[in-house]
Design a protein. Structure first.
Length: 164
């Protein structure tokens, strides 16, 4: 950035950090045959199944923050790879329930270990995964994620020429 321009916006920094971490997770999970998006799905599904839940694709989309159509696409690919099974919900024939297969559970457990180790390294500048600065950072991120987004007004002058 030039001396006359303001520093990067928080939105730009969050976007850059998300992309940096996504690439790191993609590379780390590549040997297991998973992408970061697929990992988000199977790791969430793993956690939900451990509490006895067999979520629908919609529920998993809501949980992960991914679009329902994208979850459906990921679920089909994971089903083809033998990692999850998709079945009709007996209570709602339009809904599809998801569950990890035995192979899917094994791969997911390995992937969780890989990602935990990677996160320790990525968070080392804050003191590591269990450090007070990391907990404070996580709390701040949760505050931002919990805040509802109001759509911008179409001709709002305040948003012209800004970066994310």
């Amino acid at each position: 950035m030039s001396k006359g321009s303001p520093g990067p916006t928080p939105g730009f920094l969050v976007w850059r950090l998300a992309n940096k971490w996504r690439v790191a997770v993609d590379r780390a999970l590549g040997p297991l045959g998973l992408t970061h998006a697929q990992y988000s799905l199977v790791a969430s599904l793993y956690g939900m199944q451990r509490t006895g839940e067999r979520p629908s694709q919609r529920r998993l989309a809501d949980h992960t923050g991914l679009e329902a159509l994208y979850v459906s696409k990921l679920a089909r690919a994971l089903e083809s790879a033998g990692l999850i099974e998709r079945t009709r919900d007996p209570r709602d024939p339009r809904a599809v329930q998801l569950a990890l297969t035995e192979q899917g559970e094994a791969v997911t457990r390995r992937a969780i270990g890989v990602v935990q180790e990677l996160l320790q390294g990525l968070l080392e500048p804050l003191g590591g995964l269990d450090a007070p600065r990391t907990r404070a950072f996580t709390d701040e991120l949760m505050t931002l994620l919990d805040a509802p987004l109001a759509p911008p007004v179409p001709n709002d002058e305040s948003i012209k020429g800004t970066t994310p």
